[in-house]
Design a protein around this ligand. Structure first.
Ligand SMILES: Cc1ncc(COP(=O)(O)O)c(C=O)c1O
Length: 351
């Protein structure tokens, strides 16, 4: 394994801590396809409770949890609408179309920030059977490719009240909903109450090696359980993994504020030397997207130059580089990243 001074490629890279590994080793388990794994059940109940929903379903990945949610609400030939940079559209490799025959449309946004006019400009109902009808709005909180953007609860409520009367469902891709809640102070259940289904990930900032949970009504989760098995993701003594999630909920939620502070420190330092590279006031959580193109860098070139300093980041567009903070990046790593990035951004002004 290559080691970096600061590995900011993604918050999915975290190593399970020794205490998390012990919790996994000690977990009581059973066959979860038969619904007999006590640790999985405990995790599902706990996450459903936190989000104010009736039931939960453990999933190996966030992508599958999203796709199970989507499939519950949208039938073949109907559509979901989502932000142009939404994970469900950009990074799930056509799953909604491939597995569920779903059409998708998208609205543009700045940093992934929700403006209710975006989804409402697309939602179309009462035009069947010869035109595609909207069955689902998918929102993402925080917004990954938008730079960890927290969606304002008022904007979410506005979309909810506009769509509810139309019979259009709402699904939240809450892979990083923990970060949103820690940053905004809005309770998880307040976010959860605005959606029919919510997926959350334990394997991002929370530091578990695997695992997501989909929540919704008991009836919906019973149906999603069947689809999960059909997709080949019925799992057996998987309490070993659920235990990592339970451990993460006990120990790794409040500390997300440290990741946010480190990301803010990095953004502020970059903005100081290259004001067009990032608006530090928009960095709310653990993700910073630098517009290195605005100071004359190609993103892959910038990423390679960072690597020479032992800092790994991710090119998310021709001129955009993403850096993500997590459990395994401390203050020293952050300062190393600050030194490397600011040197390169400064150098750009001399190029
Ligand atoms: C916003 C968002 N949703 C969903 C996912 C999917 O999670 P997974 O990689 O576990 O499929 C990710 C992964 O990075 C994500 O960032």
């Amino acid at each position: 394994m290559t080691s970096y001074t600061a590995d900011l490629l993604s918050d999915t890279l975290t190593q399970p801590t020794p205490a998390m590994r012990r919790a996994m080793a000690d977990a009581p388990v059973g066959d979860d396809v038969f619904g007999e794994d006590p640790t999985v059940r405990a995790l599902e109940e706990r996450v459903a409770g936190l989000l104010g929903h009736e039931a939960g379903l453990f999933s190996p990945t966030g992508s599958l949890a999203n796709q199970l949610g989507v499939r519950l609400h949208v039938g073949p030939g109907r559509e979901l609408v989502a932000d142009q940079q939404a994970h469900v559209l950009r990074a799930e490799l056509g799953a909604a179309a491939t597995f569920s025959g779903i059409t998708s449309r998208s609205w543009p946004s700045e940093r992934g920030l929700l403006d209710p006019a975006g989804p409402m400009s697309l939602v179309t109902t009462g035009v069947g059977p010869y035109q595609v009808e909207t069955a689902l709005v998918v929102l993402e909180n925080t917004h990954n490719f938008g730079g960890g953007t927290v969606q304002p609860i008022e904007a979410i409520r506005e979309v909810r009240s506009a769509t509810q009367g139309l019979g259009v469902a709402m699904h939240l891709d809450g892979a990083r909903l923990w970060n949103a809640s820690v940053a905004s102070g809005v309770a998880l259940a307040d976010y959860g109450s605005q959606f029919d289904t919510v997926s959350v990930c334990l394997s991002k900032g929370l530091g578990a090696p695997v695992g997501s949970v989909l929540v919704g009504s008991a009836e919906q989760m019973a149906e999603a359980r069947i689809w999960r098995k059909r997709y080949g993701a019925g799992m057996r003594q998987v309490g070993i993994l659920a235990a990592a999630g339970l451990y993460a909920l006990d120990h790794h939620v409040d500390r997300l504020a440290d990741d946010h502070a480190r990301a803010a420190r990095f953004a502020a330092a970059c903005a100081e030397v290259a004001p067009t590279s990032v608006d530090a006031s928009t960095v709310e959580t653990n993700i910073v997207v630098l517009d290195v193109g605005s100071v004359g860098w190609e993103a892959p070139e910038f990423v390679t130059a960072l690597l020479e300093h032992g800092v790994r980041a991710y090119a998310v567009g021709p001129g955009r580089v993403r850096a993500v903070w997590h459990l395994d990046v401390d203050d020293a790593g952050t300062e190393a990243a600050v030194a490397a990035a600011t040197e390169l951004l400064r150098r750009s002004s001399r190029r």
